[in-house]
Design a protein around this ligand. Sequence first.
Ligand code: HEM
Length: 419
Amino acid sequence: MVDLDSQLDAFFAQDPAVLADPYPLYAQLRAQGPTYRYENGPATLVTSHAHVREAMSGSLPISNNGWRHGEHAEGVLARLPRHQLTLAIEVLDFESTFVSRRDGADHLRLRRIASRAFTARRMEALRDSVQSRTDALLDDLATSEAPDVKTQVADRLPLAVICDTIGVPETDRHMIWRWAIAISEHFSLTESSLPNAVDAIGEFREYVVRMIDRLRDTGEGPDLAMQLLAGGDREGLTDEELVAMYLLLIFGGTETTTNLLGSGFLNLHTGRRQWREVVESPELVRPAVEEMLRYDPSVHFLPRVATDDLVLGGRAVRAGESLLTMIGAANRDEMVFEDPETFDIHRSNASAHLSFAMGPHFCLGAALARIEGEIVFSSLARRFPDIELASADVHYKGSSMQRMITSLPVTLSTRNPAA
Ligand code: HEM
């Protein structure tokens, strides 16, 4: 058997064979204990559900900005060619202004603004617009010569929804998509991905500054956008912080939800029995979405860094040591989930997953992502009950952190396309 460190080397180097199914590796890691010291990272991987929870809970001296600080971040930067280093630092410094990478009082201040905008009531009010966006995409799918659930639905809906909520005009959305892709691809750290990300961040920043000026000048825009703006003014947000907030919403709210829809569709259709159940009993869509989130989460790990010496899972962790909270491994922990490697829409405790994190940084868009999932799968079940995957050949884009399927060609056999 290949040793764990070699498998982890392949995982972090984005080896397609490991990315196709990282779960056997996670099971081996869990079998070692709740944490695993990976010297080549270097980082300590946290793999048990209880200890990922503890690391995320806010009760230990752990910073959320493990992207920029700590031994793992330093290791990644040290391995970059010199000419890429300045660019990487520029991207990481900009991203350090994200609410998701701040700590303590600083984090609370930004979180307060965003959470006043993302209330449950406001999310529920988005249901109708999510439904009409979904209907339009399914109309296109129905008439497409080569229907593809990933590229024609999953890629498009979350971007349309978030652009609607923060006031990006229809005509500008192709640019937002291009920038979002360029920024998300910088994680792969290829020769071209960093310069592209820096350019995209620069263009995006200018765009958002103009958009904010327009919203301020006219005093008109979607409710959520205006609420964010008012909150930003009240709390004295700098322009840079406001730009970062919009960027995080677009970036954190699109690719993640896209991947929930893509992987969710794949898992629901593998074997097809559970798809038939959802078609026959639409009330099963909600628990099915929860199981999709557990079984194959969009975000597989998050880097954190110890800000003081601490003990986690019986292991002494020094200040400055990186902790990778392995959500993908925790979601299949047999101590919490019975028969965890099975996708089961009837699982009673699926919502114990950690796919939206937990604690102070719990995802602010979780309600919206769930609404999008429920609407897409119930609409697909109603309109295309006989939809089937056209190919068993599934490919993932190169990222060990995010689960990104490239395409999902389908056959529709529309019995009642106008329903
Ligand atoms: C399936 C879809 C989604 C997944 C799996 C997901 C996952 C996550 C995770 C794991 C975090 C914690 C990040 C960390 O602690 O470093 C997070 C935070 C966040 N998410 Fe989501 N997210 C999703 C959808 C959304 C949507 C639709 C939005 C907005 C419209 C959104 C906005 C945010 C924000 C603002 C934070 C930062 C919260 C904070 O740090 O206090 N997310 N999300």
